[in-house]
Design a protein around this ligand. Structure first.
Ligand code: GDP
Length: 440
């Protein structure tokens, strides 16, 4: 995400390395590079100019603090300005109401339907609400079917009226259904068009005036850069939406949309979505995004993702097994599954400060675990629970079953053994390997 922008900013800061203090001259060169980097990331020129003017003003106005080098000072100023450009504080979604009504609008293909599913899943899991999804795209039966399937996957009811061609009526009926079934939040997925078009706007505006939404979220594909910003403006002029959702941040996004939308429409980005997995929706935090752009990682999000997948009961059971030296292949497999649920592996690693840059050219796909999983899947349940019984003839069978070479199976078995040895050693350490009070 935003790799090229991150690199360019980094090299702009390097200009100041070795400089004793900030001068009009060295700051001018740095600021110019920052401006170019922003424009190349598809940030509107006017915004980029205003941004760098502020940065210059702040940098030259700072008192010389000997403890901080000019390049560190510049990073700090740019970070603060990025945070402010993206909206400062995070803005919560308002999902209060009986029911709360959330209208989802945007162009076709922007990711509305996928986001509707993710949002329902998020509200159900994180906010313990009971959502109802509504398919109000009456033009594309496939869109209705897509929402039905999503609802099934996440265990959320979907209001469908296949024969009804009136989206306003569908929305109203859905709200009635929600009241009757005690659902507390209704998510209406509306129809989009390929480009901004009057009929589409009128339709969404009509739904808006009929259902009086608690929130109107405008969904936009972040890969479309300046177009995203222009589309946002058109939708906002007509709908006066309450927040923006940026999708497809997992793609080759340069950053223009994320950096310019708030400035242009004066509405906060509320969520960012990367990937098609239904549990990869993130609340948008300007501070964390700025840190990621500047290659500082995002440990807070990483920890939150881990916590969201953390299962107390399972963890206790696992701890007991480790204490008794009984960690086996079934546990290993369960751990892998938990990590995978947290999202794309490369994105996760990039949240660790400094790691993103180091691994940016390395291909780490989610398939990385596939080989290991295939090997474990080829073991019998007895073998998984009793790793010691796996002798060479069993290894041959496992290699065949998993389509792996025997050397790969042997290497994996060896790694697993080393891991178990390490766990044993930890158990023998004073306090059972706990480095700090309360540590597992
Ligand atoms: P809609 O027409 O606005 O409802 O868009 P869809 O939800 O059907 O999404 C359009 C396409 O983009 C589908 O192929 C989705 O799987 C894909 N998509 C949606 N969100 C994301 C995302 O965050 N990342 C990626 N890579 N693809 C996405």
């Amino acid at each position: 995400m935003f790799e090229s922008l991150s690199d360019r900013l980094d090299s702009a800061f390097k200009n100041l390395k070795g400089e004793g203090k900030i001068t009009d001259l060295n700051v001018a060169a740095t600021v110019k590079e920052i401006r170019r980097a922003l424009v190349d990331a598809d940030v509107n020129y006017k915004i980029a100019k205003e941004f760098t003017d502020t940065v210059r003003e702040k940098a030259t106005g700072e008192k010389v603090i000997t403890a901080i080098s000019p390049s560190q000072l510049m990073v700090k100023i740019v970070k603060d300005e990025l945070v402010s450009l993206m909206g400062g504080e995070a803005t919560e979604l308002n999902a209060k109401g009986a029911p709360a009504v959330i209208l989802i609008a945007g162009l076709q293909g922007s990711g509305k339907t996928t986001f509707s599913g993710k949002l329902a899943n998020y509200l159900k899991k994180q906010k313990k609400l009971s959502p109802l999804l509504v398919a109000a795209d009456v033009y594309r039966p496939a869109a209705m079917e897509q929402l039905r399937v999503l609802g099934e996957q996440i265990g959320v009811d979907v209001h469908l009226e296949l024969e009804n061609k009136n989206p306003v009526e569908i929305a109203q009926n859905a709200i009635r259904e929600a009241r009757a079934k005690n659902k507390n939040v209704v998510i209406i997925d509306t129809a989009g068009r390929l480009a901004v078009d009057e009929a589409m706007m009128t339709e969404v505006a009509n739904i808006k005036s009929a259902v009086n939404p608690t929130e109107i979220l405008f969904v936009v594909d972040s890969m479309t850069g300046q177009d995203a910003v222009n589309t946002a403006k058109a939708f906002n002029d007509r709908l006066d939406f309450s927040g923006v959702v940026l999708t497809k941040l997992d793609g080759d996004t340069r950053g223009g949309a994320a950096l310019s939308i708030k400035y242009t429409v004066e509405k906060p980005i509320k969520f960012v979505s990367s990937g098609e997995k239904l549990d990869t929706l993130d609340v948008f935090y300007p501070e964390r995004m700025a840190q990621r752009i500047l290659g500082m990682g995002d440990i807070t999000t990483l920890v939150e993702k881990a916590q969201a997948q953390f299962d107390e009961e399972q963890a206790k059971k696992l701890e007991k097994k480790i204490r008794k030296n009984q960690f086996d292949f079934a546990d290993f497999k369960q751990q892998l599954e938990q990590i995978k649920k947290m999202g794309n592996i490369k994105d996760l690693l990039a949240m660790i400060p400094g790691v993103g840059k180091a691994i940016k050219d390395i291909d780490i796909s989610d398939d990385a675990f596939k080989g290991i999983e295939a090997i474990i899947n080829s073991m019998t349940l007895h073998e998984r629970a009793n790793p010691d019984v796996i002798d060479s003839s069993r290894r041959k069978r496992i290699a065949k079953g998993s389509g792996k070479d025997i050397s790969e199976v042997n290497a994996f078995m060896k790694q697993f053994e080393q891991m178990r040895e390490m766990m044993k050693m930890m158990n023998k350490m004073p306090m059972g390997g706990k480095m700090m009070p309360g540590m597992r």
